[in-house]
Structures are given as structure tokens and as C-alpha cells.
Design a protein around this ligand. Structure first.
Ligand SMILES: Nc1ncnc2c1ncn2[C@@H]1O[C@H](COS(=O)(=O)NC(=O)[C@@H](N)CS)[C@@H](O)[C@H]1O
Length: 437
């Protein structure tokens, strides 16, 4: 894409009300714009990143055997009356009346909807186990939306729901999601630590939050220094019940707890290896048995002909929150440093002299050849000073930059810069293409 024809309203300064770096940079880099408290428009560059994050989440859900569908954002209050949550849910729920005065709501989560869908279709034990998921906008009327997309009122969530014959089966579904989550975050360059968590309005008695360490995070966390090792992908057999339990037990053997679930005795035993920090909750998974299936009448026929009330769990990832978490974890004084897996474009082309025919011809040619090779490129072809172009490209944080200037062309070279390391090399256009394609 040519910058001269794009819509990326970058800003030199960030608005005063942006307190944390990810919010400042998302505004300055032209990724989002607030349209109401806690509600954002996802501008072109931000939306490209959001879809990359969403795609990684989708691929790891599919790999773990979950099946994608799409549920509505607007839900009938009747479903929430069946589960008994309608009155308890409180002011966070955006309650709506339709033209027939029917009580509706903008879904903050979707346990009731998915349980009703499954209830009306699943009849036999052969329909289990199943895990269904969707990536859908949610609304929670947070009393204090803040920190940009980190705590919004309208936000994008991947929410998955599992249905099993019994608790043992439900724990395997839980373990599949546990490992899928660690792989998901690792692919985004994030080290997420699973911590035992409270279950809150969702309910149940088994729950883990996935926390990414960040000094501005809302959660206070305590963990064993073993968790400081870099994240690695585990290539697992998601059908291996014992194997998966062993992996999860291995991870949970190392102490990690939010301040609501601290274990002072264990912390004392850890001694000097105990770490304290703050973190961002980027995912939360729950097992809650028959909390929704029983009151909503979900039951299937068992192998012996008897009735079975399925055991369920739900598994959420904050897809839009992740964009903020990634920036918190990956930026410098000049701006965002996108991990390649979620970058809006892979390379930024900077033509230092748009008024120089030779430079422009070389930049146009490189841009055309990168496109032909399927490499996503953002081409700064504006009639601007070089310094301004460098600042913009560093701010929006693409992983690679190619700088084309008259002096370099005299010597048959361009400059390739890696945004993360800052490393610059001079090489021919051919070699630059080979490095980037
Ligand atoms: N106000 C918010 N703004 C942005 N992301 C949020 C917000 N509230 C929650 N999230 C994200 O959504 C994830 C899941 O939310 S949750 O309440 O913990 N879990 C559920 O709603 C379950 N029903 C999962 S299916 C959280 O871990 C967090 O990453």
C-alpha cells in the first residue's frame, strides 16, 4: 500500500488522557480512535493487526479441536432468566428493549446462548465431547473504562464453550484449551503465565487466568522465577488425555498466583526465587460443571439409555485487549515494535527523495517486486523530509524498513533496517528482496 493513498492519521503527541504507553502509541500510530467512552473505531492499520491476532487465535483453537461458529451480539433476556443470571449480572449488562418492549441485552458473554443452541440440537452421548467457539464483539458497561482497548466497554473476545459427558471429560477439554492458550500467546511473542483464579460471575470451581507481565497491568501477580523462561510452542497430541494432563501439571507445578489467590506458605518455601509484578489478563478459562446445562434443561441420552446432563467449561481470550498487551510488551521510545506474526505490513519502504526520479523509480520497482512476491509492504512515497519518514515508520513499528536514497543508489545499494534490533545493513536491491521474500 502507498502511504500517499492510505488512511493512517499519525499524531506527534498523544492526547493527555492516554495514560499507558500502549494507549498512547495506538492513538499516535493511527490504529484506533475513540468514538465514546470505552468504544473504539478500528482504523485501517489497527484493523489489519486485529485480524492477524484473531487469525492466530482461530488457528490454535482449530488445532485444539474446537469448532468455530458465530453467535449474535444481541441476546434475549429470557435465556438469562433460565440460567438465573439476569438479575445477578448487575450494571455491567447493557439492557435493551425492542419495539415490542421485549427485554434484550448486548451480550457480555455467551454461556446461555451456546447452551440453548446445543440443547436444541444435541440428543445423544454421540454428540459429545464438543467444544464450540466464536470470535465476537462483547459489551460490558465497565464503571471505569480506561487504558484504551485494555479495559473497553465494547471489545472483541474469543469465547469457547465445551460440552462433555462427565467431569473427567470436561477436565480434558479444559487441558486442551490450557495448552492451546499457551501456544496462542507464544505465537504472538508473549509469555503468558497461567494463574489459579477466581471464577466470579461466570462460576465454577476450576479456573486459570493467563497473565502477560506488564508494569501497567491491572493484576498484581506473584510467581516462581522459573516463569521467566521464554515461552516455547508445545507440539502436542490434543487427544492424548494423560499426556496433556502431564503437560498442564508440569506448567502448574511452578507457583503463580494473582493477589486474590496467593499462597503465603508456598511463597515462603520459594524464598529468593519468588517474583512479584503486575500483569495483564489476556485470557481466562473456567470449568463449571452443570451450572448452565442443569437449569437450562440441556441433557442427552447416555450409552445405557439414561439421561446425562453434560459438564461444561468456557474459555475466553481478549482479542482486542491483546493488541494493547503486545504493544506494552514490545515497544521503545520511537514507537511500536510489531512481532512479525501480527505486523500490519512486513516491510516499510522509505523513498528518501520523492523529487528524485532515480530514487522514485528504484522505490517503485522494489514495491512492485515485493507485491509480486506476496510480501506485504507499506511504501512511504510522500513528498516529505527523510527525517519525518523515519519517525513515522519507527512509530508504526513494521518489522523491516528499506531506505532508498541517492547516495546509496550511486553505490548500487539500499539500506535494510530491522526495527527490533536496530541493525542496519547495506545491500543490493536484489539481496534485499531475497532477505524479505
Ligand atoms: N472490558 C474488557 N475490555 C477488553 N477485554 C476484556 C474486557 N473484559 C474482559 N476482557 C477479556 O476477555 C477475556 C475473557 O473474559 S472473562 O470474563 O474472563 N471470561 C468470559 O467472559 C468467559 N465467558 C469466557 S468464554 C478476559 O480474559 C480479558 O482478556
Amino acid at each position: 500500500m502507498r502511504l500517499s493513498r492510505h488512511f493512517i492519521p499519525v499524531m506527534k503527541e498523544s492526547p493527555a488522557d492516554a495514560q499507558i504507553i500502549s494507549h498512547k502509541l495506538m492513538l499516535r500510530a493511527g490504529l484506533i480512535r475513540q468514538t465514546a467512552a470505552g468504544i473504539y473505531a478500528w482504523l485501517p492499520l489497527g484493523y489489519r493487526v486485529l485480524r492477524k491476532i484473531e487469525q492466530i487465535v482461530r488457528e490454535e483453537q482449530d488445532r485444539a479441536g474446537a469448532i468455530e461458529l458465530l453467535m449474535p451480539t444481541i441476546q434475549s433476556a429470557d435465556l438469562w432468566r433460565q440460567s438465573g443470571r439476569y438479575d445477578d449480572y448487575g450494571l455491567e449488562m447493557l439492557r435493551i428493549k425492542d419495539r415490542h418492549e421485549r427485554d434484550m441485552l448486548y451480550g457480555p458473554t455467551a454461556e446461555e446462548v451456546i447452551t440453548a443452541i446445543f440443547r436444541d440440537s444435541a440428543k445423544s452421548y454421540r454428540d459429545l465431547p464438543r467444544t464450540l467457539y466464536n470470535i465476537q464483539w462483547k459489551f460490558r458497561d465497565e464503571v471505569r473504562p480506561r487504558f484504551g482497548v485494555m479495559r473497553g466497554r465494547e471489545f472483541l473476545m474469543k469465547d469457547a464453550y465445551s460440552f462433555d459427558m462427565d467431569e473427567a471429560g470436561a477436565r480434558h477439554s479444559y487441558n486442551r484449551m490450557f495448552v492451546a492458550y499457551l501456544n496462542t500467546y507464544a505465537r504472538m511473542g508473549l509469555r503468558a503465565i497461567p494463574m489459579q483464579a477466581d471464577t466470579g460471575p461466570i462460576g465454577g470451581d476450576l479456573s486459570h487466568e493467563f497473565i502477560v507481565l506488564a508494569p501497567t497491568g491491572e493484576s498484581e501477580v506473584f510467581y516462581h522465577s522459573n516463569w521467566e523462561k521464554p515461552a516455547e510452542l508445545s507440539s502436542v497430541d490434543f487427544d492424548d488425555v494423560e499426556g496433556l494432563q502431564a503437560i498442564v501439571s508440569g506448567y502448574t507445578a511452578d507457583y503463580a498466583a494473582t493477589d486474590e489467590k496467593r499462597d503465603e506458605a508456598r511463597e515462603a518455601a520459594i524464598g529468593g526465587d519468588l517474583r512479584q509484578s503486575r500483569g495483564v489478563e489476556v485470557g481466562h478459562i473456567f470449568y463449571f460443571g452443570t451450572k448452565y446445562s442443569a437449569p437450562m434443561g440441556l441433557k442427552v441420552q447416555g450409552p445405557d439409555g439414561g439421561e446425562v446432563v453434560p459438564h461444561m467449561g468456557s474459555y475466553g481470550i481478549g482479542v482486542s485487549r491483546l493488541m494493547g498487551a503486545i504493544i506494552e510488551a514490545s515497544h521503545d521510545d520511537n514507537g511500536i515494535i510489531w512481532p512479525e506474526a501480527v505486523a500490519p505490513y512486513k516491510v516499510g519502504i522509505i523513498n528518501m527523495r520523492a523529487d528524485d526520479a532515480r530514487c522514485t523509480a528504484a522505490a517503485d520497482d522494489l514495491y512492485a517486486r515485493l507485491n509480486a512476491a506476496g510480501v506485504e509492504a507499506l511504501y512511504d512515497d510522500r513528498d516529505e523530509r527523510g527525517g519525518a519518514k523515519f519517525a513515522t515508520m519507527d512509530l508504526i513499528g513494521l518489522p523491516w524498513q528499506v531506505v532508498i536514497g541517492p547516495k546509496g543508489l550511486e553505490r548500487g545499494v539500499v539500506e535494510l533496517k530491522n526495527r527490533k534490533s536496530g541493525e542496519k545493513v547495506e545491500l543490493s536491491i536484489e539481496d534485499a528482496l531475497a532477505r524479505l521474500a
